[in-house]
Write a protein that binds this ligand. Sequence first.
Ligand SMILES: [Mg+2]
Length: 257
Amino acid sequence: MPPVTRNKHFLFLIADELTDCIHSAMLILFDIDMTLLSSNHIGVTCLRDAGRLLFAPDFTIEGIVFGGGIDPNILRDMLTLNKVEPTKTNVDALRSSYHQMLIEIANDRAVAEALPGAHDLVNATATHHSQPTLGLLTGNYQETGTIKVVSAGFDPSLFTINAWGDCSPHAEPKRSHLPPVAIERYQAVKNTTLDPQSVIVIGDTIHDISCAKENGCRSLAVATGHDDFGTLVRAGADLVVDDLTQTGELIEWMMKT
Ligand SMILES: [Mg+2]
């Protein structure tokens, strides 16, 4: 065949490699609760019981909104609701007791189970030829979030760039502060810049969507948790699915640029 065909073939190879290079600058951030897994309210129950142990036998969590929240704010709200001063000492004590209770239960039985399709999607992204980076963007504290992830059978070492619930650098922490934390960590580790459009936030609440949108990231919403399908659509998610079982389609959507 004439040289032009060989050149064409060569150009296609180069194009593939370039595409891979572009795709490799991608960060996929998974929420934990009701996105990757369900803990069947064990975490919430531990928090309530920790409050009862430390502060008052009638310590209540009635009316506290957990879905999409971040632990520092949730613990502060719990203390305030129960007329306990939300000082750092009190928040730290509640956090520590919650952690100890979750450890004790997790030593005895699973405290979380993976939601449909979650394992397949994590594995498919982790092994994809374009080598995206995986991370966790979650309201959980690291120590308790990790217990849930491990208990549900995920390998925590797959998630290398994480933004935990207490990672906001601001005095009034919000979930929307977390994507820039993850992006900064990515850029520091990889020594490169990362376009927010190459960051995908996967979550089950309108708060996961808004934290993505506010930071120029893409959002994949899954209706396995707090907010239903229509609510997630109205919140402006880039893609909404019933669950994470359509692995191939989700991978195709995520990898398109
Ligand atoms: Mg969630």
